[in-house]
Design a protein around this ligand. Sequence first.
Ligand code: AHR
Length: 503
Amino acid sequence: MLSSRLIADRDFALATLDPRVFGTFVEHLGRCVYGGIYEPGHPTADENGFRRDVLDLTRELGVTIVRYPGGNFLSGYNWEDGVGPKEERPVRLDLAWGTTEPNEFGTNEFMDWCRAAGIEPMFAVNLGTRGPDEARRFLEYCNHPGGTALSDLRRAHGYEQPHDIKFWCLGNEMDGPWQIGQKTAQEYGRIAQETAKVMRLACDGLSLAACGSSHLDMPSYAAWEYQVLDHCFEQVDFISLHQYFKNEEDDIVTYLTSIDHLDLFIREVAAIADSVAAKRRSKKKMMLSLDEWNVWYKAHTPDTLRKPGWPKAPRLLEEIYNFEDALIIGGALITLLNNADRVKVACLAQLVNVIGAIFTETGGPAWRQTIFHPFALASRHGRGEVLRCRVQTESFATKRYPAAPFLVASVVHDPETGGVSVFAMNRSVDEEMQLNADLRGFGDLVLGDAYELHHDDLKAINDKDEERVKPVPHPAASVDGRALFARLKPLSWNLFTLRRAES
Ligand code: AHR
């Protein structure tokens, strides 16, 4: 039996958590839009063609912000194709994914969907085949109240009020050889700078994110971040990070260190951004937007990335998640909480069908993939201030990470409700863990809801007939005054909620 100790004090907060870390992503890719969020004629479809079953699950998932319309799709997309009367919209080839894009769904439909779901939109401008001119025109269409050609065009399309979209990504993965219009860091840094400049001239109050590296192992990683930020540091608020986790060797111990990999990535990008600030004698703190992250490696063959014949909304990137993937997502969420001072936005990629937390059958049901559960619990109970935790635990070793702690944990205190949430993951493959958490400065606490996410079979999946992987009430937790005691199963992700004892 492992024994771990955790100490957190109400007075030692790391940062207030930005709820936008519970974002997701909707790209025109496979069945994410068509057959995912939008399917006119589906038995649950509303008058806009939005699947109500998917809307309900999106709300249950606790999504706060959604990135749109891509992804790689973005870099060949003309926003003008997706607005105005549907029967007049052009059908186009999407070169990013080898499909036919009907443009039945576009900016205004996405805004209607966001309103229906109660979600903030995060838009992206195409800096692959286009540039600052398109960005300013698109922004005028979306956000200007009226009285100009493009804002009046939006009104003529039935949207009298401006959409008021605040968060904008400046392109997508511009360092990637697969990207339409790939750029060097110097080329991209300059375009990002000029695009941000004209967007700020056109509209106040925007949050702008420049593209960082496509992942931590890109050959240009770190140099890319430095050079890009050296150009656009004053114009942008965020640098983006993308990271997909893999278990290609079927080695659970190494797979578990995806969490350490993400933590390293975040800390390094923050350090690079701070070094650019130091060089510029700037006091500005660049924030981080992890605007694509998830597990993705099973649906990564040529056949699952592209189908012949330019099909419309084929099955692409339909990753089926298992219990071990849910553990990784749960652990990564704890990592995001523990970096709440720098990571202010994060988007689980993606929402539905395409590496999605939700899965649907076209014309059929929708259900929760395994990874849905840690995300939904973290979003529901991870609000308020993240406390600085002291964790005492033993560690394990892999080639890349010689001292990875068995216990991965975070404590969040919501000053509004007085509630405390303790997130704890036992990364031992074979040993139970006795967790003793000392929660100081709250007075006497009592245990509220507590959950355990565990399955004896790492490869267990959920499907339309059975939800095998889901949280259950925690079987072994108690609270005495300020101390939480819990027994954590090997390979389990756990959440304990506590509240003040009635005096
Ligand atoms: O999310 C799937 C793809 O992964 C996105 O289109 C791209 O940005 C990334 O490489």
